[in-house]
Design a protein around this ligand. Structure first.
Ligand SMILES: C[S@@+](CC[C@H](N)C(=O)[O-])C[C@H]1O[C@@H](n2cnc3c(N)ncnc32)[C@H](O)[C@@H]1O
Length: 217
């Protein structure tokens, strides 16, 4: 049976076809320690939720100030809080449809039950007093609330348009300390991939659940 090997991930061919593996492999500038990513089965498919990877990564490298851009209903936010007991986690989301200015973005978020999502995230946060912080605002605006080099990890997962990802990287990169990490979701989107390429170069690793990652020099 053919096995696709991609750095640390091995999955059999039939499953690989179902999930579209292997992705094209970019030039790597770092390796995730193998134990940080484990293949698991979810609904019959191998998959590791982005939050699991981020939490393991944060624990491995002692990343204690974590910002998630685009929280949605808290799937990643909750995992980070539960699995990283030493970390403060800041979740930023507008929880509203995209404004007119964002017309042309790949998603306008118009149909989503944002108030329900916010309520769910606030409930999650209430279980972690002092460590969970929720900001209902634009991701770029929120960057002004953080000092330069004060953040250990940023997870970019809000506006997936090219300009949206560029704006988030530009606003948040200066907030991450040297040796910290910027992660993002959906590198398999053309818009996301182009923005990450143009800002950070294509020397990126990404694993299951279409994560991208870059270590701040
Ligand atoms: C894909 S979901 C985030 C998923 C979440 N990170 C997770 O891992 O489960 C994107 C979220 O980003 C929010 N969003 C999009 N653009 C935004 C912006 N410019 N400022 C704040 N929130 C934004 C949307 O409201 C939506 O809830």
């Amino acid at each position: 049976m053919a096995i696709y090997e991609k750095s640390y991930i091995s999955i059999d061919e039939s499953i690989a076809q179902q999930v579209g593996y292997p992705y094209p492999t970019p030039k790597l500038t770092f390796d995730f320690p193998p134990h940080l990513i484990e293949t698991c089965m979810v609904h019959g498919r191998p998959w590791v939720h982005r939050g699991e990877t981020l939490a393991r990564f944060a624990n491995e490298f002692d990343l204690r100030v974590i910002v998630e851009l685009g929280v949605w209903r808290g799937e990643t936010f909750e995992r980070l809080l539960e699995q990283c007991p030493a970390a403060k986690v800041y979740g930023i989301d507008r929880w509203a449809p995209a404004p007119e200015a964002a017309a042309g973005a790949p998603e306008d978020w118009a149909e989503w039950p944002h108030e329900d999502h916010l309520a769910k995230v606030q409930a999650i946060a209430s279980g972690h007093p002092g460590r969970a912080h929720v900001f209902r605002m634009e991701t770029v605006t929120a960057a002004a609330l953080f000092n330069t080099c004060s953040v250990d990890m940023v997870f970019v997962d809000a506006d997936h348009s090219y300009n949206g990802v560029i704006s988030d990287i530009d606003a948040w990169l200066p907030k991450i300390r040297s040796g910290g990490w910027i992660f993002g979701h959906d590198i398999d989107w053309t818009t996301v991939r182009a923005a990450v390429h143009d800002r950070l170069g294509y020397d990126l690793e990404y694993g299951m659940d279409a994560l991208w990652a870059w270590k701040v020099p």
